[in-house]
Design a protein around this ligand. Sequence first.
Ligand code: SF4
Length: 511
Amino acid sequence: GSAKIIEEFEKEIAATGLTEEVKVVKTGCFGLCALGPVVIVYPEGSFYSRVKPEDVKEIVDEHLLKGRIVKRLLYTETVVEDKIKSLDETDFYKKQKRVALRNCGVIDPEDINEYIAYDGYMALGKVLTEMTPEDVIETLKVSGLRGRGGAGFPTWLKWNFAKAQPPGQKYVCCNADEGDPGAFMDRSVLEGDPHSVLEAMAIAGYTIGASQGYIYVRAEYPIAVKRLEIALNQAREMGFLGKNIFETGFDFDIDIRLGAGAFVCGEETALMTSIEGHRGEPRPRPPFPAVKGLFGKPSILNNVETWANIPQIILNGPEWFASMGTEKSKGTKVFALGGKIHNTGLVEVPMGTTLREIVEEIGGGCPNGKKFKAAQTGGPSGGCIPASLIDTEIDYDNLLAIGSMMGSGGLIVMDEDNCMVDIAKFFLEFTVDESCGKCTPCRIGTKRLYEMLDRITRGEGKMEDLDKMEELCYYIKENALCGLGQTAPNPVLSTLKYFRDEYEAHVKEKR
Ligand code: SF4
C-alpha cells in the first residue's frame, strides 16, 4: 500500500504549499515489516506505523504544518507515558547493529547523491588511490569477513585464489538469486541500497584484476532489478564505473543477468553456467571457480550481503568489523524473521546474538501466547533448532554443531501448534521440486525420502522407516554433486534428531 501513501503525501504537500520545504523520499525497507507501511518524518524521526492513505492528511496538517506529532499513529514502542523514545531504544532495534542494512530505509536508492552523502564510493576512492590489491586482501583477512551466502567461506581467501591466477580476463559475480522460502535479505539490500553492492564489486575487480562484473538477480524481484539498473546508469555517469575510474587507469563495468526462478542457480557453478547461457546445472569441483569459473576464466562470486559489508570494512577498518561477533564469525548477520513471530521483518545483529534474543526480544515472541517450539535457519538447506537450544549463540560454527546452518539468513519460527514432520516435508518437497536432476543421489534420493515422509504423515509409515530415512539422508549428503543435494536432508535429519517422538507418534497413530 506504500505507493498510494506516497501519492497522497505528494498531493497533500502540494495542496498546502510545502513543496519547497518538505521532500517525500521513497526508501527501501526499514526492517519492521510487521508494522508497514512505515512513514518516518525528519528531523524528529517520528516513526509512524501501519499508515493508511486516509491518515496522510492528518500527518500533513498536524505534523508538517503545526509541528504536532500524531501520537495515535506512532509506533507504540516509541511512546512511553508522554515521552517519545528513539527507535534505537525499542526492543526491535536496540540489539540490532545495522552494517549491511545501514542505508536501507534511510536513503533514496534511486538517487546516487544520497548514497554519496552517506560516504558512498569513498571506499572505492580509498582503495584505488591509497591501497594495493594486497592491502585489500589483508584488510579482508583481518576483518574476518566470511561469505554470507551460506557456507561461510573466508572472503579474503576466495579473492586471493582469483588474484593469484595469471593476469587476463577475470570476472566478479554477485549472487542475488535469493531463493530460500521466507528469505528476503538480498532483496532488501538491492531495493534499499544498490550502490553498496556496485561499489564493493568494483573494489573486488581492482583487487583480483577483473574488468567485468555480473549481477545474477531473480527476475521475480522487479523493484530490485529496476533500482539496480538506475544505480548502474548513475554510477557510470558519475565515473564510478566504466573506463579509467578516478583517472587511475582502472576499468570496471557490471552487467545484470536475470535468473528465471531455479533455486539451484544460487549454487555458484550453476549460476555461472546460467550466465553463460546454458541450462543452470552445477559443475563438479575442482576446478574451483577462482581458477576456472565464468566462461572458463578465474571468477569470484559473493552474495549481496557479503558485498554490502565491504565498503564499511574499508572505511572503518578491519579491526572495527572484527570487534563485532564471535571468535570465528565476525561482524553482523542479517536474518529474515518470519513464521509464528510478532515482529516479522528484517533484523541485523552481531554474530553471537542468541536465538532467544532474536526470537523473544527482537521478534517479540510467538503471537497469541503460544509457546516457541523451534526455529528453522538456513531455509531448505538448514535444520530445525528446538526450544531447548534457544540459548545457542548464533554463528556459523555453532549452527553447524547443532545440525543446522546459517544459510543465507532465513529464520522461520514455529510454535507449539506446528507439526515438525510436516515442516520437514514442506522443505523437502521444495528441494525435490528444485533438484536439477543431474545426479542420482539427489534426483532419486530426495524423491524417495519425500515419499517415506509422505507415507508417515498419512499414517501409513512403519517404525523401521525412521532408521531407513536416516540412512538415506546420510547417503544423499555424502554423494550428491552440489550443495543443494548435500544439504537437502538437513530438515529431516534435524527433526529426526530433536523431534523423533513426533515421527513415532505419526507411526503409532496408524495402529
Ligand atoms: Fe542437481 Fe541435486 Fe545433483 Fe545438485 S545435488 S547437481 S541440484 S541433482
